[in-house]
Design a protein around this ligand. Structure first.
Ligand code: AQP
Length: 341
């Protein structure tokens, strides 16, 4: 069976495993909005089934899902132009993931650094879902025959696996059915690092709240976190080469550049020779100016949670219309009889 839809279609997702961070905003949301605004067909998903690969308190998961939806909309995603929904409302994701669990190899999944990082030393105690996570991610993308997937750099390995799974499915069944996707990973913001350690990425689930800027933080909290961000004692260099071996300094320059929509090189040149005591207040002012409109719109949207649920439900209906025929074709290819009326 030939693949019918090879025109550009974007898919990406964010886990409601906590509140959205500046990393999610700069590495994902801003780029989602730019793709939507360029007229590309875009499907954006709050991946609640991924979130439960580690324990989530049900009431917190519901709140985080609605907050993520509010964050998408506040950042500029228009539910009339993009499809916005939560994953568990479209059952085709989980069903195609099962087919892919049977295509993906244990060895492939065992190599995933996210699994190794999240499972830590106690792998025997990690959920089976955490191990199988990349097969579900492949299904999220391929159930729409999406061609382009904007993500931060941390997700690159999972996208390579998605290509492998699509290729093996096509090869094993002798079809040209699933597209071989293109990762879209570019710009200064592809990896925003923790404010406490420039070598680990800023993450919603980091135990230290001081390590990240949350999209729900107010101006005082943002300024305090930037003021206390770990740095070194040297002045800023005028070039990016001068940031080698200074991951915290590099991170703050990258954040400034991404917020101001400039190249990091230009920011480094502007602040050449300045101390962090001068740079940090400028960064804090910029962060507050850029994030405050998003935060206040999120807060406004969260006042009407029924409306958020309605938007997610409508989006799920549109997503299901696209996904179900593709899942049905995949079942046919795999030899499943589907005679139920
Ligand atoms: N620090 C980051 N810098 C740039 N991009 C980032 N993304 C996440 N963190 C950064 C991008 O945001 C999208 C959604 O990511 P996710 O929420 O599905 O999962 P994640 O990458 O595992 O994010 P977290 O915050 O670290 O969540 P937890 O703590 O639950 O694992 C992706 O495109 C990702 O690249």
């Amino acid at each position: 069976m030939a693949n019918q839809a090879r025109e550009t279609r974007v898919f990406s997702g964010i886990q409601p495993s906590g509140g959205l961070t500046l990393g999610n905003y700069l590495g994902a949301l801003k780029r989602f909005v730019a793709l939507q605004d360029s007229g590309t067909e875009s499907i954006y998903c709050i991946v609640d089934l991924h979130a439960i690969t580690v324990w989530q308190e049900p009431s917190e998961l519901r709140l985080a899902t609605r907050q993520a939806a509010a964050g998408f909309i506040a950042a500029g995603i228009d539910p009339d132009r993009s499809i916005l929904f939560n994953q568990s409302q479209v059952h085709s994701h989980a069903e195609l993931a099962w087919l892919f669990n049977c295509v993906a190899r244990m060895g492939w999944l065992g190599r995933m650094t996210q699994f190794k990082d999240k499972a830590g030393k106690n792998r025997e105690n990690a959920s089976v879902g955490l191990f199988a996570y990349p097969a579900l991610m492949a299904a999220d993308i391929l159930v729409y025959h999406a061609t382009h997937v904007p993500v931060g750099e941390d997700q690159k390995q999972h996208l390579e696996l998605t290509r492998e799974i699509a290729g093996k499915f096509n090869h094993d069944y002798g079809v040209d059915f699933f597209p071989i996707i293109e990762p879209v990973i570019e710009g200064a913001a592809t990896r925003i690092m923790s404010l406490r350690d420039g070598k680990v990425k800023m993450s919603k689930s980091d135990r230290s709240d001081m390590s990240r800027i949350n999209l729900t933080d107010d101006a005082d909290a943002i300024a305090k976190k930037i003021r206390r961000a770990r740095t070194d004692a040297q002045p800023l260099p005028g070039t990016l080469d001068g940031l080698d071996g200074r991951p915290e300094a590099r991170n703050l320059i990258n954040i400034y550049a991404a917020l101001d929509e400039r190249e990091p090189q230009g920011v480094a040149a502007e602040f050449a020779g300045r101390l962090f005591s001068e740079f940090k207040p400028r960064l804090a002012d910029l962060a507050v100016a850029k994030l405050e409109p998003v935060t206040s719109e999120m807060n406004r949207l969260m006042e009407d949670q029924a409306e958020i649920d309605r938007i997610l439900g409508d989006g799920a209906g549109k997503a299901a219309e696209l996904a179900e025929p593709i899942l049905a074709d995949a079942y046919d290819i795999a030899g499943m009889i589907r005679s139920r009326r």
